[in-house]
Design a protein around this ligand. Sequence first.
Ligand code: AMP
Length: 522
Amino acid sequence: MSFTHLGLSEKVLAAVAATGYTTPTPIQEQAIPHVLARKDVLGIAQTGTGKTAAFVLPMLTILEKGRARARMPRTLILEPTRELAAQVKENFDRYGAGQKLNVALLIGGVSFGDQDAKLTRGVDVLIATPGRLLDHTERGGLLLTGVELLVIDEADRMLDMGFIPDIERVCKLVPFTRQTLFFTATMPPEIRRITETFLHNPQKVEVSKPATTAVTVTQCQVPAGREAHEKRELLRRLLREAKDLQNAIIFCNRKREVAVVHKSLQKHGFSVGALHGDMDQSARTAALEQFRKGELPLLVASDVAARGLDIPEVSHVFNFDVPHHPDDYVHRVGRTGRAGRSGMAISLVTPLDQKSMVAIEKLIGQSIPRAEGDFEVRTDASDASERPREQRGRERSRGGRGKPQRGRDRERSHEPREARGEAQPSAEARTAPEARPASEARPAREARPPRESRPPREARPPREGKPSSEPRDGARQQANPSHVPSIGRPEPRRQREADSEPGDHSHLPAFLLRPVRSPAGA
Ligand code: AMP
């Protein structure tokens, strides 16, 4: 099967040929003819299947005829996150290079004025996140009554982020007669309801079973202690010892954990970026770009920030936290092993995560073996600085340094290390980015998130921050012994302990090392 049989225009076929794609992916092969026949489409497909081009290419063909009117976009694409919206725009830029189409991006973090000016000029394709789109319609600068084609992408993620009421509002603002293309990786009941309400006799296109992990991904679980500092130490060890690690995404369940893990890895000399919903747009884009280019081999991310990002060739995924929702596991693991490449997904599993692991294994229909090797966590000297302050206080008090006062102890965390009598970081660590005030590393105070990430009133609570599952008996840990992957050769214990010193990064593979800035004035 080639692209030429799908009904796409000559211009679009030329653009596809220029990208080097010769064969449509299954979702493209199935969806494109329906889109061109102006049918509603319900596409059940994960990212990585080529689903973006499955709607972008026929849209470009359709848009060749007709002209945009001021403030009345002809087509509208809704995306859950700014990054996804930007990626879709990149697709239009790439495949639509030969057409003079106006493509506008309405996302948070960009000034209303610039966006207004663009809308006034007339827009063929409007790509938006729901919150910013509704802000524009409420201000009267945007009319959706000219929309001929509506795309709702990553609908299940929209549900997770609490956008369904916004989606319902948008669906009522566009003409009843429009064509709707609806993409989702999974079909929970709420999504099914939406499709029944807003799609008209849709053509269902399903490219792979939802909630399956690619066969090219080796998955394993590594038992972890329940304390966060124990998990951080284990993560460092896994990163150092992972075989064939080229780049990795490290997933955390909460935004604040992303910040803590990011900071901790930096402190230990890893070259790492972060991606979470509280970062401003330019910081997110910069981190993602650096990761894409390979300048940062590691990226710590939350589900919301990372969902659907087009990051090719991730060799490893680490679940620093086991996700509470099994479909998040599938999405995370889907970052690796793409397009037939091999990948590795490693989950740090505490006793509290057993229930979540049972749900994950049930969903993916396979057991996730425990990794071989001695990965138990000990507490070593370097990690004293990472243990909860109260715990260190208790240790100090046992050592005869006086009874710690909880409140005061917390306040003291803002003091420089010297003043607290703690070990000094190495010269390298002092001159590194983490030498910023401690307050920057602390979880951001719950400022009002931008509208896109704000959970609406009616929506179910966001996943980030859900309570952990109850502990479960250890029976789950007996994974299929015939399929136990090895994630690396554990080094002798003495060697590992020496490795853990925050200032000494000689043990890290060079590409994982954070570039060191020279001390000021040196
Ligand atoms: P998506 O599922 O839209 O995120 O696409 C995943 C990746 O597949 C992107 O890097 C696309 O550029 C790439 N891709 C899309 N269509 C094709 C195709 N027909 N052949 C090869 N790669 C493709």
